[in-house]
Design a protein around this ligand. Structure first.
Ligand code: FES
Length: 158
């Protein structure tokens, strides 16, 4: 089961920002802290970060969108990450990804309509010898085939 996150509030975001303003190059630590707290980086946090750092909201948006690790929307109850790095692609990862996204009717970073599963790409899980690899709520799974993925998705309630 993935973690339950609190609803983002301006007050909460401000205190996460303030606690990191003393750091050199505070932008990334601030954005990471916001995602760690709420599970994603809410749109309303961007102008607050911009104000604190004397930047425009567009500049902050540019940085947040540049990094794949930052989420722009809350995830489903479970997060399935599928490895898209080279070794896994070579061992059938592309087909697994296509199968999964098609079966759920979503695109990368999308969430099923029932809110059960979000599918995200990941670039190497350190399980290259046992590809294709995936991760479900932080647990790595090797040698994933269509049947195994179907089972994982069913267990996650997709
Ligand atoms: S390439 Fe997929 S786990 Fe390393």
């Amino acid at each position: 089961m993935s973690e339950e996150y609190p609803q983002p509030t301006a007050e909460g975001v401000r205190s996460l920002i303030e606690a990191r303003m003393h750091l050199e190059g505070p932008m990334l630590p601030i954005v990471h802290a916001i995602q760690a707290e709420y599970g994603y980086v809410p749109e309303m946090a961007l102008p607050l970060i911009a104000d604190a750092l004397n930047l425009t909201a567009a500049e902050v948006h540019g940085v947040v969108s540049f990094y794949h690790d930052f989420r722009h929307a809350p995830t489903g109850r479970h997060v399935v990450k599928i490895c898209r790095a080279e070794a896994c692609q070579a061992s059938g990862g592309t087909a697994i990804a296509e199968h999964t996204l098609k079966k759920l009717g979503i695109d990368w970073n999308g969430t099923t309509e029932n809110g059960a599963v979000t599918v995200e790409p990941v670039y190497c899980l350190g399980l290259c010898a046992c590809g294709p690899a995936a991760m479900v709520d932080g647990t790595v799974v090797g040698r994933v085939d269509d049947a195994r993925m179907d089972k994982l998705l069913a267990e996650a309630g997709a």
